[in-house]
Design a protein around this ligand. Sequence first.
Ligand code: ATP
Ligand code: MG
Length: 673
Amino acid sequence: MKFNFLSKKSETDFVLDEITDYLRRKKIMLPAEFDKICKNLSEEEKNTIRSKLRQQGYVINEDMIEYSDKSKPVNAIKDNELMEYLIKPDFVSTDEDIIQVGNQFYKGVVASGFPATVGENWLGELTQEKRNMDFSLFIEPSSIRAIEIYLNKQLQKVENDLYKYQQKGVSNPALEARKKQLTEQLKNILTGAYKLYKMSLHITAKGKNKEEATQLGGKIVNSLHSKGIETKYTTKYNEQLLKSIIPCGIKHLNSREILVPGPAAAASFPFSSSFYDVDEDDGVLLGFNSNNIPVAKSIWKLPKYVGTVIGASGSGKSFATKALILNDSMVNGSKVFILDPEDEYTDMCKNINESQVIRLRRDSKNIPNILSLMGGSLHDKLEGVPNIFGVLLGGLSVTQKPLLEQAIIKTYTLKGITETNEKTWKKMPPKLSDLLAVLKSCKKKCSDYNLKSEYEMMISRLSRYTEGIFRFMNTNGEGINPNARFNVIEFKQMPEEVRPVLMMILLEFIKTKFTSDKEKKMLVLDEAWRVLKNKQESAYIEGFARTFRKINGSLILITQSVAELKGCPEGKAYLANSAFAYILKTEGIVLEETAEMFNLNDTEKEIISNAKQGEGILIWGKSHHKIQVKVDPVTHELITTNPEELKKIKAKKQEAGKEKNTAKKRAKHERKR
Ligand SMILES: Nc1ncnc2c1ncn2[C@@H]1O[C@H](COP(=O)(O)OP(=O)(O)OP(=O)(O)O)[C@@H](O)[C@H]1O
Ligand SMILES: [Mg+2]
């Protein structure tokens, strides 16, 4: 049966209203129009309408229904009716196990049993997953006396049952556990250790059709069960459940209330914190959640400081990252380093105080020397540098690795730099060509044919960087001098092939420069897939992030999609293990893979596949938030790379410059007069 949810008007009344409304406006109604409006009604119901129309003074002829002078005037809509018209759904259809309101289907679930203790934010985990559901929680305090009576009764019942089992010589561990739990609760109540609260949890799983709502209901039940919460479907009581979920604070469903200890009741607040999600002291604005409430969190409170920003081209990855680092450097004073292979950050950087842009080109003086100790120790260098050579030389075999390591040590020794004498670490470091010379001499001295060919392979690859097309990498440069608070190292002009190794050298350089500095630092690695696409590079990044964290450094990796990491499960696993992640617009073949990687549910998948610029899912620790990255207009102007916007900003600046000049001239003129 269909009826109006609030006033319970029948559908016949509805249709009658619609017809009278039509007649007031158009004065006549044709039989075909009448039939169309009444298409869901029986003949009997249509006759009822006709007779009501006659009673109201309308004239019904064979070929039309007419408005006449005697037709009942319209009643002005009363205030309470207007409210009803505004919020009432089209219709409600109740089924035994599902309820439909308008186009939406609802499957009801109530919690029927809680474990003795639940973890912190137990409800948060369920709701933060952003499933398509609504829920209400009723919590009522109860007097100690009433609860004591209740618990005693329960205990008596359990003891009676246990006695029956004992008589039969059978044990019942579940009842034993329940007895223990009740005794414990009773003790805690009487000693005042905590209070118990009556609590009911009502949930509706929503869906576009019956199957979708039922399926989601099943998933919610499973995830509640995994937390030890027992549930029941509200068969036959869906309407009452739905009304209880409307935020009016009225419980229409007498579901079983559960006694929940104070700490567990407290842990259900603030309902997944999607209403207020702020780290008070050092949180920075990350965006706005689905309730348009700011999400402000601190990276420095997370167990790891590694973050990922992933999404299609133009989805807003760099924009979100810029907003994050700007806010963090403002709130927490963190120093920022950006490795920018696509020249996306330089404009922003130029407008920031205490910033520097370092552009690396083939002819730059500051291309860092791989073999420079960068102010660090030779031990650290010898630990890190073989990995970089692994990438530079396109991989090293098990035989090649020790040969190269020995050659590197020899190269340093020839320059008078030794592990035992710290003073020698300040000496001029060797260049790649020095290493090449050592490798050549080792080959010459070597009598084993196989080893000779291993040396030969390394020599021919390394010579590309000393004499070949990449000889600009054979530098003596100390690299850059990142003393500014905001550093962008841009290397768009560098050939594709050397970019990964350059990224690694720069990472190594930044890490080494700051080993004894405990200041907060953020390092952004855009186009991170370049260094995550191979096992060796991924292992390097993992090690790097671990050491970087020890010196208070956060590493943020930006990458377009998981597709580039196809051949490297290690790289993917590393991204998936990030402590925080922005997952922006993702669609097509990589959607499933991304969802699997970050454990996204169907609703979240839908969000990222339909996301607009700056929209997506934010994973922060264990919680998931729907997020929209938004910044104030001034920051927007500072960080946008949209060509149209840049043109307008430039024109605005020019205009402002002209006005300033005119004002100056006028002031000068005035002074002269
Ligand atoms: N949250 C946002 N609010 C307003 N505008 C945005 C937002 N995100 C992105 N934009 C606009 O879209 C432009 C492109 O975004 P962005 O540079 O961040 O894309 P991207 O994901 O880094 O792309 P690519 O992978 O090609 O580097 C920005 O310069 C800005 O103008
Ligand atoms: Mg970008």
